[in-house]
Design a protein around this ligand. Structure first.
Ligand SMILES: CN(C)C(=N)NCCC[C@H](N)C(=O)O
Length: 253
C-alpha cells in the first residue's frame, strides 16, 4: 500500500507566511476539519499515512511537502528558503528515515523547498526563485543524478513555488495556469488549465487526481480527459499559499 507523510496543522497556522497574496483571516477549526478530510481522501483511495510529529511553534509545518524531496530510496532533506521554516525539517527527517530511506541534506549556502520540485518520471524540474537557489539546485542534482534523475532548473518569479504554478498528469503532461507560469516552454509537454488551482494535482494512482474544490472547470477538463478528480476543499490552506501537493509527501508506491 503506498504511503504518504502528513503533518497536522498547529495552533499558529494563521500566522503562516504569505508572499504573493494578501493575508486573509484563517479559520483554524475549519482548517483542522479540511485537513482531516484531505487525509480521509488519501485513505479512501488506498493510501496509508504516517504522521510527522507536529511542531506547534512553526505555523507552516502542515506544508510537509517542503521539508524533503524523495526519489528512489533517497530522501534529500530540504534547507528551507525561509529561515523561520528551518526547524520543521528535523522531525520530518526522523520520520522518513524510519520509513527506510537513505538521507542526504541540502546544506548552507544551498536553500530549497520541496514545493519547488516537480518530478515527471526521471525528470526533476526545480523552480529557482524565492525559496530555492542555484546552490540548492546543484546539491539536489548531485544527490539524485547517480539515481538517474535529470534535474532541470526552471525560473519561478510569479508565484511562491514551482508547484504553485505547475504539476503533472499521470501521462507526464505538465499542467499550469498560464498567467502564473514563467516559461511553459521549459517543459517537455505543457497544457494550460482554466484556473489557478487547476494546476495542482496529486497523483493518487490509476486515473485518480486529488485536487482542490476551487478548480471546478479544471476538474471538468480532467474528467473529459478520462481522469477521476478526487475533490477536497482546502480554502484555509489556500489563504496561506498552500495547495493540495503541499499537505503530503508521497513515498514509493
Ligand atoms: C507547492 N507549495 C505552494 C508548497 N509546497 N508550499 C506552500 C507553503 C506555504 C507557506 N505559507 C510558505 O509560504 O512557506
Amino acid at each position: 500500500m503506498p504511503t504518504a507523510l502528513i503533518r497536522r496543522p498547529g495552533p499558529r497556522l494563521a500566522e503562516g507566511l504569505v508572499t504573493h497574496i494578501e493575508r486573509r483571516p484563517v479559520d483554524i477549526a475549519l482548517a483542522a476539519s479540511q485537513w482531516q478530510q484531505y487525509v480521509d481522501a488519501l485513505h479512501r483511495t488506498g493510501w496509508s499515512t504516517v504522521e510527522v510529529p507536529p511542531i506547534e511553534e512553526c505555523p507552516d509545518s502542515v506544508f510537509v511537502e517542503d521539508t524533503m524531496v524523495v526519489y528512489g530510496d533517497l530522501a534529500v532533506i530540504a534547507r528551507a528558503g525561509a529561515n523561520e521554516r528551518r526547524p520543521e525539517a528535523a522531525a520530518a527527517e526522523e520520520t522518513v528515515a524510519k520509513q527506510g530511506y537513505r538521507i542526504a541534506h541540502i546544506t548552507d549556502p544551498g536553500t530549497l523547498d520541496g514545493g519547488d520540485v516537480l518530478k515527471v518520471g526521471s525528470t526533476m524540474y526545480v523552480g529557482q526563485g524565492g525559496r530555492t537557489n542555484t546552490a540548492g539546485v546543484e546539491q539536489l542534482r548531485a544527490a539524485f543524478a547517480p539515481l538517474g534523475a535529470d534535474v532541470r532548473a526552471v525560473p519561478v518569479r510569479k508565484v511562491l513555488h514551482l508547484k504553485s504554478a505547475v504539476t503533472a498528469l499521470p501521462d507526464g503532461t505538465v499542467i499550469g495556469y498560464e498567467p502564473l507560469v514563467d516559461d511553459p516552454s521549459a517543459f517537455d509537454s505543457f497544457r494550460s488549465v482554466p484556473e489557478e488551482a487547476g494546476a495542482h494535482v496529486v497523483l493518487l494512482g490509476e486515473d485518480r487526481l486529488l485536487m482542490a474544490a476551487s478548480a471546478p472547470r479544471s476538474a471538468e477538463l480532467f474528467a473529459d480527459l478520462g481522469y477521476t478528480p478526487v475533490v477536497v476543499d482546502i480554502s484555509e490552506f489556500e489563504k496561506l499559499e498552500g495547495c493540495v501537493t503541499c499537505l503530503s509527501v508521497r513515498l514509493r508506491q
